[in-house]
Design a protein around this ligand. Structure first.
Ligand SMILES: NC(=O)c1ccc[n+]([C@@H]2O[C@H](COP(=O)([O-])OP(=O)(O)OC[C@H]3O[C@@H](n4cnc5c(N)ncnc54)[C@H](OP(=O)(O)O)[C@@H]3O)[C@@H](O)[C@H]2O)c1
Length: 278
């Protein structure tokens, strides 16, 4: 299974989510690499890019064998700040380019009436980073259609990906349909609902039927919906389990059934309600 962005860059179906993963040290990154992960998702906000950079260096893996994604926090959308944020991320990750760079949230506050103009200036700077070859792909995170439209209005280079909260119980169907229409690849954060939908009895029933774990059902569901995933796990057994989702297939009826689960496990984070400071 392979996902491809509009510019031809390939996205691995399962990446490693690093938010809060390094709280007990950076060895977890080496464990993830041991388990077979080659896509690492981080962000300036996670405050772990230096740990990840060091872990990669010590692991002694060729840079081109890794796919590294980072994100700029919305308080740094002014062009010079966005560039500084990129440079800092790359420096801490000990690399001179990122495979993917995302705008983490569309705005800092619902009270910010100038968010559209700020976003458009930020996107123009993202395009420059792309044109300069400092990032192989550029995209968005937590953008809903009404946040994406102002970007598309001015974009020379269209956003290639939108990383969103997506999981059984929170499928954001309106946004998914819009992304498909605009050829922007959705990618799921919290694909396991950060544990909140793991023990859902409908998922358990399918896990028993397939001889798989609940986590594997949740991840396989998203992949079959056309959505690559970036689960976070703390120990190698779970990390491997989350990668082992390619030896079975859910039926169309099961995909339909899981797509129609009523809202469950939502994080409560919404781009139009968040107050992200700054
Ligand atoms: N763009 C954004 O705004 C945004 C927001 C949130 C997250 N993210 C990204 O998405 C990544 C994943 O999201 P997330 O960390 O929120 O949640 P998640 O991946 O949905 O869930 C992680 C939780 O599930 C547990 N888990 C993992 N694999 C398991 C398994 N096989 N069986 C049972 N439990 C399992 C983990 O436990 P242990 O850790 O104890 O193993 C952890 O508590 C983040 O790390 C981050 O990189 C992005």
């Amino acid at each position: 299974m392979e996902f491809q962005l509009t510019n031809g860059v390939k996205i691995l179906p399962v990446g490693f989510g690093s938010y809060k993963s390094t709280e007990k040290g950076a060895d977890v990154i080496k464990t993830a690499l041991d388990a077979g992960y080659r896509y690492l998702d981080t962000a300036a906000f996670y405050d772990n890019e230096d740990q990840i950079g060091q872990a990669i260096k010590e692991y002694d893996i060729a840079r081109e064998d890794l796919f590294i994604c980072s994100k700029v926090w919305p308080t740094n959308l002014a062009p010079e700040k966005l560039r500084e944020s990129f440079e800092k991320s790359a420096y801490q990750l000990q690399t001179d380019y990122l495979d993917l760079f995302l705008i983490h949230w569309p705005k800092v506050s619902q009270k910010d009436e100038k968010w559209k103009e700020k976003l458009q200036l930020a996107w123009a700077e993202m395009e420059k980073l792309y044109e300069e070859g400092k990032v192989r792909a550029i995209g968005l995170s937590n953008f809903l259609p009404h946040h994406i439209r102002p970007v598309l209005e001015m974009a020379k280079i269209r956003p290639m990906i939108d990383q969103l909260e997506l999981h059984v119980g929170y499928m954001q169907e309106y946004t998914l349909a819009y992304l498909q229409k605009e050829k922007i690849l959705p990618q799921a954060w919290s694909p396991l609902g950060r544990g909140r939908v793991l023990n859902d009895e409908r998922v358990t029933a399918l896990a028993e039927a397939y001889g798989k774990t609940n986590a594997q059902i949740l991840l396989r569901f998203l992949l079959q919906r056309g959505v690559p995933v970036i689960p976070k796990a703390s120990e190698e057994g779970r990390m491997r389990q989350n990668l082992e989702v390619f030896d079975f297939s859910l039926s169309e009826d099961e995909i339909s059934y899981l797509s129609c689960v009523t809202e469950a496990g939502w994080s409560g984070e919404h781009p139009d309600l968040a107050e992200l400071g700054g």
